[in-house]
Design a protein around this ligand. Structure first.
Ligand code: SF4
Length: 346
């Protein structure tokens, strides 16, 4: 993994991003923001799942005003997502938004941007320059990745001219290669923290794959300070997927990691059932690795390397703890024994 890119540290309602801060997890509420009861419920659910910053859509003045009520009942920083009308940003700032996301593709008048910057500066909150390839006004001959980078640089310059540096940038496209290439290019040209994501990534199966490749590639190159996995589906899945990406890259730890083999003709136990049952019952937050392996080919090696492991044979398996065999157990008791080793009370 490459060394993390040096970025400014930005404070979003008490949560810091950039520098050496942990890569933060974001999501976006899918409710109509004006329905504060539903929006508050969704944010609380996301917060409980590990979301650290949440965005809401501000499509009119009533949605902007709803921020006041939502802020009173939720804890994580709230980001107002603004398109087209700069006055919605001003109202959101007034009502307590912790950050504003603007889309340069549809708010482009310098006078309007200056108004937003002035208000954000006064309340000491950051702004995300959130570019989407799909809404970019760019010359037709310019490849989208270059269009995103050039537009971002133009806006950064405008913000800096106003002496405003609480900036976060995102350059999202639904094309993984294009997104990665744009972020890489801009990473060499500024030190503002990046919000990573693949926009309109699609339904959960393909969306998680595209996001994992795009976000994962960038994080491995040391680029990225906060991530959002955009999925057409339950926002809770966005948070779970983001946590899994960060855990897989060993950038953050959210609890146990189950290593299990895909099984093949050598496996003589119902491994998928054992793994499902283990995953369902495992409630510890301890950062332990648990290997569940189908046979003696790779089983003992993986089981030895994990904190706890089991390598199955015929209807039974060898239980490992910290690299040592501690006993032979029956396959039907495997979940119970693994849970006990993981610290669960019987
Ligand atoms: S560990 Fe054994 S059962 Fe599992 S995939 Fe490998 S060879 Fe097959």
């Amino acid at each position: 993994m490459s060394k993390r890119r040096k970025t400014r540290i930005i404070n979003i309602g008490g949560i810091k991003i950039g520098g050496k801060e942990p890569i933060r997890i974001q999501s976006m509420a899918k409710t109509d923001t004006r329905d504060t009861r539903k929006t508050i419920a969704e944010i609380k659910r996301l917060e409980k799942a590990g979301c650290e910053i949440v965005r809401v859509a501000i499509k009119d003045i009533l949605a902007a005003r709803a921020i006041k009520t939502i802020k009173k009942k939720t804890k994580i920083p709230l980001v107002a997502d603004i398109h087209f009308d700069y006055r919605l940003a001003l109202e959101s700032i007034k009502k307590g938004a912790d950050k504003i996301r603007i889309n340069p593709g549809n708010i482009s008048k310098p006078t309007e941007l200056k108004e937003i910057i002035k208000a954000a500066k006064k309340r000491n909150i950051p702004i995300r320059i959130g570019l989407n390839a799909g809404s970019l006004k760019k010359p037709a001959f310019e490849p989208p990745r270059l269009g995103m980078v050039n537009t971002a640089l133009k806006y950064i310059k405008l913000f800096e001219k106003e002496n405003f540096r609480d900036i976060i940038v995102s350059l999202k496209s639904s094309n993984v290669r294009e997104t990665v290439s744009a972020y890489r290019k801009l990473a060499a040209l500024c030190n503002y923290p990046f919000h990573l994501g693949i926009t309109a990534a699609g339904p959960c199966d393909t969306g998680i794959i595209k996001s994992s490749i795009g976000i994962g590639t960038l994080l491995l190159s040391g680029i990225g300070d906060t991530i959002r996995v955009s999925l057409t589906g339950d926002s809770l899945l966005e948070v779970i997927a983001a946590k899994r990406i960060l855990q897989a890259l060993q950038l953050r730890n959210f609890g146990p990691d189950i290593i299990s083999c895909p099984t093949c003709g050598r496996c003589q136990v119902d491994l998928p059932e054992i793994v499902d049952s283990l995953q369902e019952k495992l409630f510890t937050k301890r950062p332990i690795t648990i290997a569940v392996m189908g046979c003696e080919v790779n089983g003992p090696g993986e089981a030895k390397d994990a904190d706890i492991g089991i390598a199955f044979g015929k209807k039974s398996g060898l239980l490992f703890k910290k690299g040592k065999v501690i006993k032979k157990i029956k396959a039907k008791n495997a979940v119970k024994e693994l849970l006990r080793c993981a610290g669960h009370k019987p």
